[in-house]
Design a protein around this ligand. Structure first.
Ligand code: PMP
Length: 392
């Protein structure tokens, strides 16, 4: 009988209602989404090639052209989180033996190098200590030495809080026939970024940080130089799912009729459209200054309560992910726990090279407000007092 064959019963846990407390997410991501974005996800599902859905994808593409500041033809989303954008970069741009130079000053450079190795690229790394960034001179001499096919950089290194200047790197890359690929997952929308004006050949981001949609998609743009490299490949792209030629067709970026490639996460695309329309209503310039002002307010407040920022030079701090030094002898975890248990507010500890050394406070998109800065500072003051108390 059927019952004899079934070895698994409906689990007890699923008889309980789902438990989703309302938390204020002030860590390095995800950030909270506005209700408008949640409501957009409640709309009925459409088919992934229905004309109304294709129109929504086209709207998303236009919004992404605005946030990336590009008129590139190939602008679309990989269905997956920021990592999918990173994988799509590597799998499309690299063939076995291609030289890629990774500017590594935190965990994201490390991961990019790891992924590039999996694609059998010849990976060269230039390294900087956590919290530091690369100068144009350093990049110029590394490019001259390695003559890479691709230079990979991270604009907002969320593991350290460093903001890598990108302006000026594109023209250097062009001197050496190198493509410039930039990770803006933790920075886009929080600081200026101009794909076309800065000669960036490939850029990707995530949806759950400044854009303030749920995690689910990795917006990505390839310019014609990047597409020329893809089109000249000798070996096919090693991932069908992340093949940009297929993705570009599905997203209506070529002159061919759209073909079924995969089923887009329909509701997530609605959410992204709504989030992008909120970004467009505010405008990038206002968004950038809001991030800069809130970050400065946080930095001043941190100093006032006797703490120090991990990155000394304010111009090298990403306003989106703020790293605060954990004082010698203090239990950083106790502070993180205090935020959550008493206030349902998330801040996080360090990651990779900054693990144990910093707290990370995110100021991104919807959550980047003076009120939230005040709240974080107030809780931090209390949490420090609490952490200094001997544990009973
Ligand atoms: N790059 C950077 C700079 C990031 O901050 C993150 C997420 N913290 C990622 C890539 C990966 O994104 P995801 O977690 O959405 O896969």
């Amino acid at each position: 009988t059927t019952a004899d064959r079934m070895s698994v019963s409906p689990p007890e846990c699923l008889k309980m209602p789902i438990n989703v407390p309302s938390k204020l997410l002030m860590g390095p991501g995800p950030s909270n989404s506005p209700l408008r974005v949640h409501y957009a996800m409640m709309k009925p599902l459409l088919g992934h090639l229905h004309p109304e859905f294709c129109k929504i994808m086209d709207d998303v593409k236009e919004g992404l052209r605005y946030v990336f500041q590009t008129n590139a033809r190939v602008v679309c989303c990989v269905s997956g989180t920021g990592h999918a954008g990173m994988e799509t970069t590597m799998t499309n741009l690299l063939e076995p033996g291609d030289v890629i130079l990774v500017a590594q000053n935190g965990i994201w450079g490390e991961r990019a190098a790891d992924m590039a190795r999996r694609h059998e690229a010849d990976v060269r790394v230039i390294e900087k200590p956590a919290g530091e960034v690369f100068s144009l001179e350093e990049l110029d001499s590394a490019l001259a030495k390695h003559k890479p096919a691709v230079l990979f950089m991270v604009q907002g290194e969320s593991s350290t809080g460093a903001l890598q200047p990108i302006e000026g790197v594109g023209p250097l890359c062009r001197k050496y026939g190198t493509l410039l690929a930039v990770d803006t997952v933790a920075s886009l929308g929080g600081v200026p970024f101009y794909m076309d004006a800065w000669d960036v050949d490939l850029v990707y981001t995530g949806t759950q940080k400044v854009i303030s949609a749920p995690p689910s998609m990795a917006p990505i743009a390839f310019n014609e130089r990047a597409m020329t490299k893809v089109n000249a490949r000798k070996v096919p792209v090693r991932s069908f799912y992340e093949d940009i030629t297929w993705l570009a067709n599905y997203w209506g970026c070529d002159d061919m009729p759209r073909r079924y490639h995969h089923t887009a996460p329909i509701s997530s695309v609605y959410a992204l459209r709504e989030a992008l329309s909120i970004v467009c209503e505010e405008g990038l310039e206002s968004l950038w200054s809001r991030h800069s002002e809130c970050a400065q307010m946080l930095h001043r407040g941190i100093k006032d309560i006797g703490l120090q920022m991990f990155i000394e030079d304010p111009s090298k701090r990403a306003p989106t992910v703020n790293t605060i030094k954990v004082p010698e002898g203090l239990d950083w975890m106790k502070v993180v726990k205090y935020f959550m248990s008493k206030y349902m507010v998330e801040i996080s500890g360090g990651l990779g090279p900054s693990a144990g050394k910093v707290w990370r406070v995110g100021l991104m998109g919807y959550n980047c407000t003076p009120e939230n800065v005040d709240l974080v500072l107030k809780i931090m003051k209390e949490a420090l007092e609490d952490a200094k108390k001997p544990t009973s």
